[in-house]
Design a protein around this ligand. Structure first.
Ligand SMILES: Cc1cc2nc3c(=O)[nH]c(=O)nc-3n(C[C@H](O)[C@H](O)[C@H](O)COP(=O)(O)OP(=O)(O)OC[C@H]3O[C@@H](n4cnc5c(N)ncnc54)[C@H](O)[C@@H]3O)c2cc1C
Length: 325
């Protein structure tokens, strides 16, 4: 009857957002008087899997099929269903990220389960099984009651902390038989972004818009990002104009980020841009127009020319770091 949580990894390394999902599942397990089982697919070292115990998982079910090293939505969904049935689980947790979006709806359909995508709260079990989520590009919240016996929850990354406790998860192998169609997509090449902080996992993001005037000015933005250890992002017109690569484009039609700090430089703050960034914990806006809509969503605002402010901000960060070495 345990709460089951799908773990994603990159080349055997489990990223922080998965620990958040285990922590989240652990709180639900406490609410519902059960335990947490994590499902790991593909090649991951035993020590890495055992470390899930530090976030509350009692057990890891491991499907050691090397074909699962790559994300195959049908195979992942099949494995998650098999794991849930193995454990008699009624509550299934995934992340609301690319992997979760490919897998969780398939699982929900097959199990006839209700699903909440982008969960922002623990379930309120006093009122049924009510979970908060954002709707209309973050303009409003919906409180969704899952009525079905089996429930699928897709947790929004960077919503809850990944709190560590004492513990080591016991690993159990799980055999799952897959059909040929489960691996229908062939991954021919993986082009990895290297030498930068990955945007999806970044806790700090420095993002530029059309106010940066052109790609030749990005050096000063990158310098600030480097000094902060931040990832870089951009608005859609910037990517469309090929000033920056498309994987940096955030917003309604781009990526979604929820960092602790989002610094928006020369971005007007259109609703389509905000849709991808308004889950950020702190938003700092640098814009020369005091009427720019982004200031309404900002925690801190600087009115001024980005070309002057960015180098000064970078120098201030550098000085602060030297003083606090
Ligand atoms: C269906 C649809 C989907 C869309 N999806 C997305 C999306 O996913 N992501 C996205 O970003 N957009 C998206 N858009 C586009 C969106 O509506 C805006 O047009 C876009 O976000 C504007 O980008 P920007 O803020 O960089 O540019 P602009 O709107 O041109 O704003 C530039 C800003 O820079 C400021 N500025 C100028 N010079 C300086 C300076 N020297 N120093 C400081 N500030 C300066 C200006 O005051 C201005 O506020 C979408 C639009 C549609 C219709």
């Amino acid at each position: 009857m345990s709460v089951i949580v799908l773990i994603e990894h990159t080349g055997g390394t489990i990223k922080k957002k998965n620990f958040e999902a285990v922590h989240y599942a652990t709180q639900i397990a406490k609410q519902t008087g059960t335990t947490v089982t994590a499902l790991v697919l593909g090649a991951v070292a035993a020590a890495e899997m055992e470390s899930l115990g530090q976030y509350g998982a009692q057990k890891v079910l491991h499907v050691a099929d090397s074909r699962l090293d790559e994300l195959h939505a049908r195979a992942y969904a099949g494995a998650l269903i098999a794991a849930a049935q193995n454990e008699g689980s009624k509550i299934i947790v995934t992340l609301h990220d690319i992997g979760g979006r490919m897998v969780a709806p398939r699982v929900a359909v097959k199990l006839g389960a209700g699903l909440v995508a982008g969960a922002l709260s623990y379930p309120d079990t006093e009122k049924g099984f009510v979970i908060k989520k954002a709707v209309f590009s973050g303009k409003a919240f919906a409180y969704v009651n899952i009525l079905s016996d089996v429930k699928v929850i897709m947790l929004m990354p960077n919503t809850f902390p990944a709190t560590k406790i004492e513990g080591r998860a016991a690993i159990e192998q799980l055999d799952v038989s897959f059909g040929e169609g489960d691996f229908g997509v062939k991954v021919k090449a993986v082009n990895k972004v290297t030498g930068e902080v990955a945007l999806a996992d970044a806790e700090l993001v420095v993002s530029g818009g059309r106010g940066m005037k052109g790609p030749e000015n990005w050096g000063i933005l990158e310098e600030l990002a480097k000094e902060l250890g931040a990832a870089t992002a951009c608005s859609r017109p910037v990517a469309d104009s090929h000033w920056r690569p498309h994987h940096e484009h955030v917003g309604q039609t781009g990526g979604t980020v929820r960092p602790n700090l989002y610094i928006a430089v020369g971005i007007s703050g259109a609703i389509q841009h905000l849709a991808g960034v308004n889950g950020s914990k702190i938003i700092v806006v640098i814009n020369k127009d005091p009427e720019a809509p982004f200031f309404k969503a900002a925690n801190y605002g600087v009115v001024g020319d980005a070309m002057e402010i960015l180098p000064r901000l970078t120098a201030a960060v550098r000085k602060f770091k030297q003083q606090h070495k």
